[in-house]
Design a protein around this ligand. Structure first.
Ligand SMILES: CC(C)(COP(=O)(O)OP(=O)(O)OC[C@H]1O[C@@H](n2cnc3c(N)ncnc32)[C@H](O)[C@@H]1OP(=O)(O)O)[C@@H](O)C(=O)NCCC(=O)NCCS
Length: 176
């Protein structure tokens, strides 16, 4: 059995970006550009897992509303948004990215990161979490199923290379 690791999870910082990009490039056929990930630095939903000094994985989650809004005081937010804060559409979480270093997989790290990301979304008030995953990505689909996500529909040619995605969703609690 692969050895257990003592991964600590914390907010991503500028100094992590190089390693995050290494993992990103070795994990995806169409990796995110560095500038896109850089744009999420400072967000509470951008988390890295660190084993000793080494970043071994990361997750990026957020509500559908720009997280800028989620940090504002409620009344200020409503002024900006002019939408009813109870609108369920505003409380749908999204798993935007998740990866574990190739040589660290299958040791529970992806699960730890996902658990942390879902916990954060729950704290933000998300009642439902959605994500897109390539239909051939057996490992990830299996991981999400283990957490209770189910496939809701197929999104044809979702990816720029023409691959299809499944929309998977998890209900965290009753619709607000
Ligand atoms: C998906 C990913 C994050 C999983 O990370 P991980 O650290 O290996 O995951 P875990 O060790 O926590 O595995 C949790 C569960 O996922 C499933 N799983 C993970 N790897 C698997 C594999 N190679 N084959 C089948 N199931 C797998 C299993 O159900 C596993 O539970 P089990 O070990 O009790 O059987 C990792 O494979 C990865 O980085 N893949 C490339 C990037 C990616 O596809 N990200 C998801 C984008 S939507």
């Amino acid at each position: 059995m692969a050895p257990k690791t003592g991964m600590q999870i914390r907010k991503a910082e500028e100094r992590d970006l190089k390693r995050v990009m290494e993992i990103e490039r070795s994990s995806f056929t169409s990796p995110w550009p560095e500038g896109l990930l850089r744009g999420y630095l400072g967000e509470d939903g951008f988390l890295v897992g660190e084993d000793g000094e080494e970043v071994v994985g990361y997750i990026l989650v957020g509500l559908r509303i720009p997280s800028f809004f989620s940090r504002l005081e409620r009344r200020t937010r409503l002024l900006f948004q002019r939408r009813d804060e109870t609108d369920p559409e505003l409380h749908i979480g999204h798993v935007m990215n998740l990866a574990v270093a190739v040589d660290r997989r299958r040791r529970g790290l992806g699960s730890q990161l996902l658990r942390a990301g879902l916990g954060y979304l729950r704290d933000l008030g998300a009642w439902r979490v959605e994500l897109e995953v390539r239909t051939q990505n057996r490992e990830a689909i299996q991981l999400y199923r283990k957490f209770g996500f189910s496939i809701e529909r197929l999104i044809s040619r979702y990816y720029s290379d023409g691959d299809d995605a499944y929309l998977m969703a998890l209900r965290l609690r009753g619709n607000p």
